[in-house]
Design a protein around this ligand. Structure first.
Ligand SMILES: Cc1ncc(COP(=O)(O)O)c(C=O)c1O
Length: 422
């Protein structure tokens, strides 16, 4: 198959291969909202008319649908993904004197929840092809104080759960999945949130199932844990004003539940479209020869990746100049995450140093997120790849101040055998 037909098969022929001045947002939530606007507004109006704004039947409906969607028996809605993590640890009575294993390369909330309970966060390095926790490094960090492991399904791909569950079982540890970025992701056909003892989900607007504000949920197959979590999210109160446990206030707003109930039936289509976009990036990067200079994301065996983020590695100190180049061309990117958690100021007392977790530090220095949202167009993806191609061409001729002409770039993009530095 020649490069032109490869490109065509991923996006039609009417769009120019490269338009380096097309602005491309990292995420445009309005494109998802507009087609659902009437339905969502009706759901919002219904909640406003009901005068019921916290938990309630919309929330119960969401919990039922979510449990089924995640292949779990129970789902418990709460106020955010961050709270879901905190509630999960509270459900296991984890606190002072305990240790919890988690990756360093994740959003802050994973470690923040551990710290909030008073337990010690023990950071584990990552596996460099998936960016997920490296199971081979977990066991040597287990001590008599270790109570739980929190694998994070980063960017929408499940961590190596068979091995993590094996270790958890052997050492009697709770396995708490941070599935904030991975709703709908699968591992051997089983969905994120039902792979460990508890799953934590986020409905933050940038997530694959994003609400219109904060929201979160926990999933589990364990009835006792589900009951305890329902108590914990409501100040441990049952019946009203009688407190069996010291919990927190972490109730999901009814308005969020109503919006999420409209959106959930579309989630699989959106995830499938993210997959199409990921494949299109792969084809475009390969056709441009850019797969030789960038580290493209890999999907492990027996996984359904739901592509909350599309992350590429840019080695050789070029990541930040590339990001600046893309920003100049109005192409949205983000760095998830510029500082691994073991080197964050607030965790200084834990004693980690630069070099402690080398793969996490390398990922923090080399990775960049490109637009991948479901409604992204083929033309926009070509603009992104074209702009990245122009960066490497400019680097090669030593002139970062100007763009190479579009015609030359198009020639370059459509000729996979041509080296990017040529
Ligand atoms: C990996 C991870 N864990 C936890 C969270 C926290 O979720 P929330 O923002 O809903 O509190 C997020 C959200 O950004 C996340 O990406």
């Amino acid at each position: 198959m020649n490069s032109a037909s490869r490109l065509d098969s991923f996006g039609g022929t009417s769009v120019p291969l490269v338009n380096a001045v097309t602005p491309v947002p990292l995420l445009d939530v309005s494109r998802q909202y507009q087609p659902l606007r009437t339905e969502i507004m009706a759901a919002v109006a219904r909640v406003c008319d009901s005068g019921r704004f916290v938990l309630g039947p919309d929330c119960e409906q969401l919990e039922l649908s979510l449990a089924e969607y995640c292949h779990a028996k129970y789902a418990i809605a709460c106020a955010s993904g961050s709270d879901a993590l905190l509630l999960a640890l509270m459900a296991y009575d984890i606190g002072h004197g305990d240790e919890v294993l988690l990756p360093s390369y994740t959003f802050f909330a994973t470690a923040g929840a551990v710290w909030r309970t008073g337990a010690k966060a023990v950071f584990v390095d990552l596996e460099p092809t998936t960016y997920n926790i490296d199971p081979a490094q977990i066991e040597s960090l287990i001590t008599p104080a270790t109570k739980a492991i929190i694998p994070v399904h980063l960017y929408g791909q499940c961590a190596e759960m068979d091995e993590i569950n094996r270790i958890g079982k052997k050492h009697n540890l709770a396995v708490i999945e941070d599935a904030a970025q991975a709703i709908g992701a699968e591992y051997h056909g089983q969905r994120a949130g039902s792979l460990g003892d508890l799953g934590c989900i986020s409905f933050y607007p940038t997530k694959n199932l994003g609400g219109f504000g904060d929201g979160g949920a926990l999933t589990t197959n364990n009835a006792q844990l589900a009951d305890k979590l329902k108590l914990l999210r409501l100040h441990g109160m049952q019946p009203r004003y009688y407190h069996q446990l010291v919990g927190i206030n972490s109730r999901l707003d009814t308005l969020q539940a109503a919006v999420l109930n409209v959106k959930l039936p579309h989630l699989d289509d959106w995830s499938d479209q993210r997959e199409v976009n990921a494949k299109r990036y792969h084809a475009l990067f390969a056709a441009a020869g850019l797969d030789q200079v960038l580290g493209l994301p890999a999907t492990g065996a027996q996984r359904r990746h739901v592509w909350n983020q599309y992350i590429v590695r840019v080695p050789g100190g070029k990541r930040d100049p590339l990001r600046e180049h893309l920003a100049n061309l109005k192409i949205g990117t983000e760095i998830y995450y510029p500082v691994p958690l073991h080197l964050q100021e607030c965790f200084k007392s834990l004693g980690y140093r630069p070099g402690s977790l080398p793969e996490s530090e390398r990922a923090a220095a080399e990775t960049i997120a490109l637009p991948i949202f479901p409604e992204l167009t083929a033309a926009e993806q070509r603009a992104v790849v074209g702009a990245i191609g122009s960066f490497f061409r400019i680097k090669a001729v030593g002139n970062l101040g100007s763009l190479i002409p579009t015609a030359r770039l198009m020639n370059h993009i459509s000729s996979p055998s041509q080296g990017v530095a040529g």
